[in-house]
Design a protein around this ligand. Sequence first.
Ligand code: X2X
Length: 336
Amino acid sequence: MTLTRSMARLTAGLAGAALLSASLTAQARELSVSTVLSDAFPWGQAAEKWADLVEERSGGELTLRVYPNSQLVSGDQTREFSAMRSGLIDAAVGSTINWSPQVPELNLFSLPFFIPDEAAVDAVTSGEAGELVFAAIESRGVMPLAWGENGFRQVSNSRGAISLPEDLEGLKIRVVGSPLFQDTFSALGADPTQMSWTDAQPALTTGAVDGQENPLSVFDVARIDQVGQEHLTLWNYMNDPLIFAVNQQVWQSLSEEQQVLLRETAIEAGEWEIAMTREQESERLAAIQERGVTVTELTDEQYQAFVDATQSVYEKWAPRIGEDVVNAAQSAIDAR
Ligand code: X2X
């Protein structure tokens, strides 16, 4: 081969490689996905499942990279929605609680003793109330795609068993940074203190707070009993759904095919995670009890005492959430 011919080949080869890589960069797209909990928890697993399905079905054209532990918002989980809206984060699998400071309608799920069981959760999320909530999110610059579930939140503490509101009197309870929680625990006579999940664990360890509330999966995986939380009350006072969502500009920049793919895989990952979370509840409870935690279940009268004590929270927050959303949810719950 003459020098000129081999040079010509080399040049053609390089040009080809450049073309190929240019077309790859034009097509391949990576989106960041924020979560509060890692894949040690069902919540983080929901995001990983979404990423796996997208990887499988997009043939590498679209990649979701999951950033757990609220790291994209430096641990401040109540800033996740704003960060996604402004485009600092492309997407998230986030909790209704953490997004409620920016989307008041999401407080629907935090109304104490309002959505009592799994059938009620499903009736709300899959019906008109769910649609209104998704429309509220969309109107604030974020495209919601699917539901997941962190679970029913149960209260624990290091002092003694809680079976009536009086038992919470004066207890310092860590709550998430959402104002409704402050009202609920104040109404119950406790001393609520707002902090992120990142700060909650050291606060429980040092005894700076007496108690906390989280779903069984979080209590179990994070080994909350090992930081002195020996008393757990099953009161199902609220469920904490998760929402799969994408920044609006990012969403609009995707092809229709990619949008369909993202939505379908989010729905699939969400359904998978909700079923898994619910299935695991009884084995998690057994594991928690085996580790020596006292588990308290409420009689109907005790439950009613909590409902009555928090009635004022419902009255204050229903108008802020929007009567149309609350009424649609109430009808769905009644008809379940
Ligand atoms: O902070 C919490 O308690 C957690 C992890 O459950 C949420 O992000 C709502």
